[in-house]
Ligand binder design. Structure first.
Ligand code: ZN
Length: 498
């Protein structure tokens, strides 16, 4: 090990410790912490964030990173130094005072947004949103390379190698093919029954079946736990402590598929090797790659007819009065029913990416075209009507539905759609390598999971999503696989001649 790298170790350990503590507080906040704990805990989280900031921007750290860059390091060490250098660059360009103001604004922003959403009043949030946009653009301008567009700086934070040029092509592909295809689906006249998915599904039974299915797809309960929160999410402390949450309501498929989705995120994190965990490269490669794994488990595996062949009986046994008389075919049709709707997080697999397309187009207007934020509710509603054929009746089910902008996150949304597209490209390739549906029918999910572990999970952040995709499938990112997958699957379900 090089001397400079060795000297970096205690700093890297502190960075990990502060991060882990902060993440654990966040988890606790969303799951078990009492209601009034918030403000006091936030102060401690603020201290931890400031400590993190001070380690990263410590001049000694910068000096050691520079020394390391000139030395002959191993692959893992090199990647860790690269991540650290990027983090330094990101933080040091923003004046500490402005960073604090922005953090403050974000914590107020989420509260104001939540109230505005509750009261269906966009105007009470608009001034805060305007400030958040100004800060975001200012910070991006500090970091922009010469000639680089501000939105490209933001996009690069979430998905390296995906700028507006690539994403415009991606979303154009979706728009030009999926919008007319969706119209055919909704005009097809094919009726799919799904009333049996809603009803008296007790929380206890839903939890029991959730645990069975999490384990079935590969979630390891010796290295992970499952809890309840308002919105499902996954928290990763290290490869032996990965936590998922779910929520329960009268729709049994909501919790079931959110458990499989979060299990996909968790399986990714559990597959990070010991050598990488608790380092700066010990997590999923990117937001998009993470979402590719969760959505792969949820949709490509979990909503696949073949998946249910060996296990549908288990579900019927858990819910004999609700599903005892429902055939597997009817159940599988129901969980794939297409229904253009207003809320992204409840969207079906076919319409999902169109929700993301709308956010991408709007973010571009906000960041690159100085759009007046007061116009957002109108633009939002018009785009929903144009692409999905539905129009929100108020801002709560329209422009105020997502938390992201109130947190100052711009450029995050495209990853959701990219993830689905990465997954479809992987699926296309994997079908040529193995009898994918045959494995599902035989209950052999392990073989599929091992493939993903071998080709994706074990690399952590050593490679970018785009690099990995190319190395696994032998081809650069190609969104056509995603469109083909959807058109084939839903064309069959809705009996549409292609
Ligand atoms: Zn997810």
């Amino acid at each position: 090990m090089s001397r400079a790298y060795e000297q970096l170790q205690p700093y890297l350990e502190r960075v990990q410790a502060f991060q882990t503590a902060r993440i654990l507080f966040e988890w606790d906040n969303e799951t078990l912490a009492p209601k009034e704990a918030g403000p006091n805990t936030s102060r401690m989280v603020g201290v931890l964030s400031a400590e993190y900031f001070s380690v990263i921007t410590d001049p000694q750290v910068k000096k050691l990173v520079k020394e390391c860059e000139g030395e002959d390091l191993g692959q893992v060490e090199k990647a860790i130094v690269r991540e650290l250098a990027e983090e330094i660059e990101k933080l040091e360009k923003v004046p500490a005072q402005e960073y604090r103001e922005f953090s403050q604004l974000v914590s107020e922003g989420t509260r104001i947004w939540a109230d505005a959403r509750k009261n269906k009043d966009f105007h009470s949030f608009a001034p805060t949103l305007k400030k958040l946009v100004e800060y975001t653009k200012k910070f991006a301008s500090y970091r922009a390379k010469e000639g680089q567009k501000l939105y490209d700086v933001l996009l690069n934070d979430y998905e390296k190698g995906f700028d507006m040029e690539t994403l415009d092509k991606f979303f154009d592909t979706l728009k030009s093919q999926l919008v007319p295809f969706l119209k055919k689906v909704t005009d097809s006249g094919t009726e799919i029954r799904d009333d049996f998915l809603t009803g008296d599904y007790s929380e206890k039974d839903q939890e029991a079946i959730g645990r069975i299915f999490a384990e079935y797809v590969g979630f390891d309960f010796d290295r992970g736990v499952m809890a309840v929160s308002a919105h499902p999410f996954t928290t990763n402390l290290h490869n032996k402590d990965v936590r998922i949450t779910t929520s329960y309501n009268r729709h049994v498929d909501d919790s079931l598929f959110s458990v499989i989705h979060e299990s996909g995120h968790a399986i990714y994190e559990m597959g990070i090797p010991d050598e990488l965990t608790q380092t700066l490269v010990g997590g999923g490669a990117s937001m998009g790659m993470h979402e590719s794994q969760s959505r792969f488990f949820e949709n490509i595996i979990g909503r696949n007819q073949a998946f249910w062949v060996p296990v549908y009986k288990k579900l019927q046994e858990q819910f004999p009065s609700q599903l005892g008389d429902v055939s597997m075919d009817d159940f599988v049709k129901a969980i794939n029913k297409v229904e253009p709707s207003l809320i992204r997080t409840q969207a079906d697999e076919l319409t999902y990416s169109l929700h993301v397309l709308i956010r991408y187009e709007i973010e571009k207007m906000i960041i690159e075209e100085d759009l007046d934020v007061e116009k957002l509710p109108q633009i939002w509603a018009d785009k929903y009507e144009e692409y999905l054929g539905v129009r929100p009746k108020d801002v709560a089910e329209g422009v105020l539905q997502d938390i992201h902008w109130s947190q100052g996150s711009f450029g995050y949304f495209p990853s959701y759609a990219l993830g689905s597209a990465f997954g479809a490209q992987l699926y296309h390739y994997m079908k040529g390598q193995m009898d994918f549906e045959g494995l599902l029918r035989a209950g052999e999910i392990r073989t599929i999971r091992e493939f993903l572990r071998e080709h994706i999970h074990r690399y952590g952040k050593l490679k970018t999503s785009r690099q990995m995709l190319k190395e696994v499938t032998g081809e650069d990112f190609n969104p056509q696989y995603y469109v083909d997958y959807l058109v084939e699957k839903y064309g069959e379900l809705y009996k549409i001649a292609i």
